[in-house]
Design a protein around this ligand. Structure first.
Ligand code: FES
Length: 122
């Protein structure tokens, strides 16, 4: 079983789930087995304004642990990430980062701001 722990920068209570990556997809948005797919499929909300199609940055997550258990970022993902507020060297798009390791132990942080929220506050 793989494990993912979700920490929210806004102070919401963190969540941890265990899942079998081989059972993906868990729902219909994002790449099958991606962070977004796993979270939504287990009742954990993650913004995904473009429906998991690598066309926004609202699913931006910062990987604190287990980045080597995730698929490599594509050029398209890298280009989109460049627009994400609060970009870090371990930032990924949740809808594109596929959990490839059956025993993955991943920790992610959901940033406080996404593009949606930033533009709404202007
Ligand atoms: S949901 Fe839009 S890029 Fe991931």
């Amino acid at each position: 079983m793989a494990r993912i722990r979700v920490i929210y920068e806004n102070g919401s209570p963190e969540r941890t789930i265990e899942f079998d990556p081989a059972a993906a997809p868990f729902q219909h948005d994002g790449q099958p087995g991606s962070v977004l797919d796993v979270l939504l499929g287990h009742g954990i909300h993650l913004e995904h304004a473009c429906g998991g199609n690598c066309a926004c940055t609202t699913c931006h997550v910062i990987v604190k642990q287990g980045i080597n258990s995730l698929s490599e970022a594509t050029e398209q993902e890298e280009d989109m990430l460049d627009r994400a507020p609060g970009l870090t060297p371990t930032s990924r798009l949740g809808c594109q980062a596929v959990i490839e390791d059956a025993d993955a132990d991943i920790v992610i942080v959901v940033p406080r701001y996404t593009i949606n929220q930033v533009s709404e506050s202007r």
